[in-house]
Design a binder for this molecule. Structure first.
Ligand SMILES: Cc1ncc(COP(=O)(O)O)c(C=O)c1O
Length: 426
């Protein structure tokens, strides 16, 4: 006999596509293998020798070096105090830790949508915290109007007796592969205005604001002019906006350093009580000493970091261009810089006051015209299309982003070029 929470979790295994199949394509050794367009991994990187040892002690140099790195990457308003950097084995684990420490079982965290769908697992599986979706469309999720949807989600959740404890943002966003929008007239970074509205909303309602910034350096030139850096919540002057004890930033090595297998994540928070509570569960989520040693060596070598990030951004730009030009040729709609680009109809519906710079490794693709015409729910039609794609050796994760719009899939383009080309051909 298992506990009721274990039985509840086990039900997730029965849900189709809850867990992703492992890609095994190799142009030489396994040309028929599965290509995954659904897994947000930057370069394929195998370091089998990096092992997991949860009981490792924290190398005292790492928080300070990480703070200095994050000051640069996040353009922080004031330097991060190394004592505010908490090291664990991954942003995924840190989601679990935050869920456990900020909320009771059955309480909720609001996210806008579409959004990275794994949060339900990260915050839910052990901590039992509900992810509550604010009813935003893709466009409005980035605007101050989203706050009205957060308000609505808060009220509706409380009517269902779900106490909301936090708002969780993904910035740069996943799955919408853009978020860096600037207002041409003023040159001011548009998301910072939205961030301010959301911060005030959190402060007003005594909610924590978790900002997941794991894609902070995955910002690349998509060919559009007037690029601007993204705005971390820590780049804002929080004074008068929100109690700094409510603001928590997540970062890690999986995206910016293409090394998810290293299992190294950081929580930045000024909240001392929260850090102490996190420390208590660290024995279950500690980074391995090997990861800490490697992470420290990498962050200490800033020449390497700058070179690596530049190379990574160039290859993301190349992948983005390859995929978007192929989608355009194929007449497939995708979300481009805050507007939908309808190549097929040669019609560009856009808010022309915005210019863009892409971030992340995703293109949010509209496959709704290809949903099978069968008499069942939208979710089942998305699953059926995903199965057809899988039968052809392509994995795209159906329904995972909790979008309100049917048939949108997140295409991850950080595969290396041969796999990308073969996957697009298929
Ligand atoms: C927004 C976001 N947060 C967190 C994670 C988890 O990162 P990690 O695998 O390093 O724990 C991911 C992974 O795709 C992600 O996209």
């Amino acid at each position: 006999m298992l506990s009721s929470r274990a039985l509840k979790n086990v039900q997730q295994l029965e849900r189709p596509f809850r867990f992703t199949p492992t890609p095994d394509y190799d142009p030489q050794t396994n040309p028929q293998g599965l290509i995954s367009f659904g897994m947000a991994e930057n370069v394929t990187f195998t370091l089998d020798s990096v092992s997991y040892r949860s009981s490792a002690t924290i190398n005292s140099r790492l928080p300070g070096i990480a703070a200095a790195h994050l000051d640069k990457v996040l353009s922080t308003h004031s330097p991060i105090n190394p004592e505010h950097v908490f090291v664990a084995d991954s942003p995924t684990s840190l989601g679990n830790i935050l869920g456990f420490n900020l909320a009771e079982r059955g309480e909720g965290i609001i996210v806008n949508r579409p959004v990275y769908g794994r949060f339900e697992l990260d915050y839910g599986v052990e901590a039992g915290v509900e992810i509550v979706y604010a009813d935003t469309t893709t466009d409005e999720a980035f605007t101050p109007n989203s706050v009205a949807k957060y308000e609505q989600a808060l009220i509706e959740a409380e009517q269902r007796s779900i106490k909301i404890r936090a708002v969780l943002l993904v910035n740069p966003h996943n799955p919408v592969g853009f978020n860096i929008l600037i207002e041409i007239e003023s040159g001011r970074c548009y998301p910072s205005d939205t961030l301010r509205h959301i911060a005030r909303f959190c402060d007003r309602n005594s909610l924590h604001l978790i900002s997941d910034e794991v894609y902070a350096s995955c910002v690349f030139d998509s060919g559009d002019p007037d690029a601007v850096p993204f705005n971390s919540i820590l780049s804002l002057n929080l004074q008068g906006l929100i109690d700094p004890n409510l603001v928590h930033v997540l970062y890690g090595f999986s995206k910016d350093f293409a090394s998810g297998g290293l299992h190294l994540g950081f929580l930045v928070t000024a909240n001392e009580q929260l850090r102490k509570a996190c420390k208590m569960v660290l024995r279950l989520h500690g980074a391995s000493q090997a990861a800490i040693t490697i992470g420290t060596a990498i962050l200490e070598d800033q020449d390497f970091v700058q070179g690596f990030l530049a190379k990574s951004q160039a290859s993301l730009a190349a992948g983005y261009r390859l995929v978007t030009s192929t989608l355009r040729e194929a007449g497939i709609n995708y979300m481009k810089g805050g507007w939908v680009f309808f190549a097929y109809r040669d019609l560009c519906v856009s808010a022309l006051i915005w210019q863009t710079r892409n971030a992340g490794f995703f293109i949010y693709v509209d496959l709704s015209p290809f949903l099978p015409d069968i008499n069942c729910s939208v979710q089942e039609r998305e699953f059926a299309l995903a199965q057809q794609l899988l039968d052809e050796g392509i994995f795209l994760h159906p329904g995972e982003e909790h979008s309100k719009d049917a048939g949108w899939f997140r295409l991850v383009f950080s595969n290396d070029e041969p796999a990308l080309k073969e996957g697009l051909r298929r």
